[in-house]
Design a protein around this ligand. Structure first.
Ligand code: AMP
Length: 210
């Protein structure tokens, strides 16, 4: 079970769990959000174009993200499996993955009630160095605003605000939630409860994919 997709609303903990699973399984986490943020930081045309959508909490056009994921999945480190995090986010993206001949083993939907999500997202701290994620209350770094793993400064993502979160949740509900039935129809979907400690959720995830 090594070609995985993590589905779930913003703030469900997909990225955090994908990172932990990536470390324990030795397969890469492929996060479209991380790749788009890296493109923005590098100042590429694609990064600049994507930033307009991201800062508004809207989805980046399908053709942009489909292109970067298809490229990434041809890298050698994806040959033994991968964890897609934040992709696909629309039915056409899922269809494009299928059309490209990418066979998935399991799709895990991480469930968290929407009233809990806003606090998770607005308390989030991200590491500019290694991409680790923290939460001011639930998963605080040992030293305020400093990454435990690499010592870089932590920052608050521009779209992790209450205003932008509303748009992100609306985009999720309209465009991404339908993917659960898309993958259930293919017999690939596993549902897990995303509420609990990081270790508890990871244990559920490991059980769901084994
Ligand atoms: P994330 O880091 O997964 O929360 O993604 C941050 C933002 O990047 C999203 O709100 C979107 O604007 C954009 N994004 C990431 N992945 C996708 C995707 N698969 N399709 C469209 N937009 C995406």
């Amino acid at each position: 079970m090594s070609r995985l997709v993590m589905l779930g609303p913003p703030g469900a903990g997909k990225g955090t769990q994908a990172k932990r699973l990536s470390a324990s399984m030795g397969i890469p986490q492929v996060s479209t959000g991380d790749m788009l943020r890296a493109a923005k930081k590098a100042g590429t045309e694609m990064g600049k174009r994507a930033e307009k959508y991201m800062s508004a909490g809207e989805l980046v056009p399908d053709e942009v993200v489909v292109g970067i994921v298809k490229d990434r999945l041809t890298d050698a480190d994806c040959a033994g499996g991968f964890i897609l995090d934040g992709f696909p986010r629309t039915v056409p993206q899922a269809q494009a993955l299928d059309d490209a001949g990418v066979k998935l083993d399991v799709v895990v939907n991480v469930n968290v009630a929407s009233e809990l999500l806003v606090e998770r997202v607005t308390g989030r701290l991200s590491c500019g160095g290694c991409g680790a994620m923290y939460h001011k209350r639930y998963n605080a770094p040992a030293v305020a605003d400093v990454c435990d793993s690499c010592g870089s400064e932590l920052y608050v993502r521009r779209d992790d605000t209450e205003e932008v979160f509303g748009s992100r949740l609306a985009a999720y509900e309209k465009m991404t939630a339908p993917l659960a039935s898309f993958y259930a129809d293919k017999g690939l979907l596993k549902e897990i409860d995303g509420v609990g400690s990081l270790d508890e959720v990871q244990a559920r995830l490991v059980k769901a994919i084994s």
